[in-house]
Design a protein around this ligand. Sequence first.
Ligand code: F6P
Length: 370
Amino acid sequence: MKKIAFMTGGGDCAGINSFIASAVRHGSQKYGAEFVGIKKAFEGAAADNIEEHLLPLGLPEVLGLEVKPSTILASSRFNPFSPENKEKGYPEKITANLKRLGIDGVLATGGNDTIKSAMGLAELGFPVIAAPKSIDNDVSGTDTMLGFKTAVAFGSQAFRSTVESARTHRRISLVEIMGRDAGWLSLEIGIAGGADLILIPEKPVDLKKLCERIGEVFARQSYVNIAVAEGVRLRNDDPVLESVKKQSPVVAAMVEEDLGWDAHGNPKLGGVGQILRRIIRYQLSLKKLEDVRATDLGFTLRGLPPTADDITLGTRFGTKAVDLLFSGETGKMVGLQGTQIVPVPFKEALAQKTVNWSDEDLSSVGVFFS
Ligand code: F6P
């Protein structure tokens, strides 16, 4: 084992560069390893012109890199193991490319989809160790992952600002936050940001009851703050939704709009805050749409410089990932369990980690469900 390649797949987030910096420092000093980054992850690795996607990474290149946002290696959601890409021979093309470049092992950062591709590569006999990253915090086998803590820190500051403003102007304020199937990010931003109500994908909402609750909170304190995960489930046949669709062509169009799917079969999301804003307005018979404000934190939580938590986690993941690769391990993810960084088999990591608190605990911090 001498030459190691990095791939950083999926949505970008804080802490990926901290991982790269730490792995390069540790691997070159302890094992005399050489490192190269492959830009655009599996898309770059599968390219005919892979040479043009390479970024050599030595000690000088990673100086100060641990504090930089996002990933210096660009990203892609390309899926080499989709049925049609398997048919086109992409998996074999990737291993052939890597071997031709003299690469002995891969260190990948990613969420569930990238880890699935990393597992495919490991199953083809290529040594791979991964580190989990996702602002959604939805990879299993680890207490937290790169990007999450930074997103919560910044997101809760932003949320607090909307709370102050809603109080001053006596408004209802909705903040939409990423989180497709897992509501961890909305949950923690909502708690730390001071939300009155938190809506997460794990807990479907009845719109009539939700609006009643919003009305009650408004009557009590003259303002309401709601954190809503982009993936919150509204029932298509919810009578309130049906009736608002008739009153608002905008809601009808937004609900019907097909935003498409990514290369791994995940639905593209975004916009539920704007839909809910209108539903609340009609259901509470408010005169103006501006009485309900909607803010979308969206991509503001992805390209952030890492906080101390993510620099530390990236640094610990980086050293452990290199040690695992050099001890002959493959098909494993590094995970934080309690205070220890441990190897986790890819299969265990892939189970979606959704919010699993008891209903009592959720409701006591403001999560709404009906
Ligand atoms: O990485 C997961 C995620 O943050 C989801 O919450 C979101 O739906 C998705 O990324 C969107 O990412 P993109 O538009 O960059 O594919």
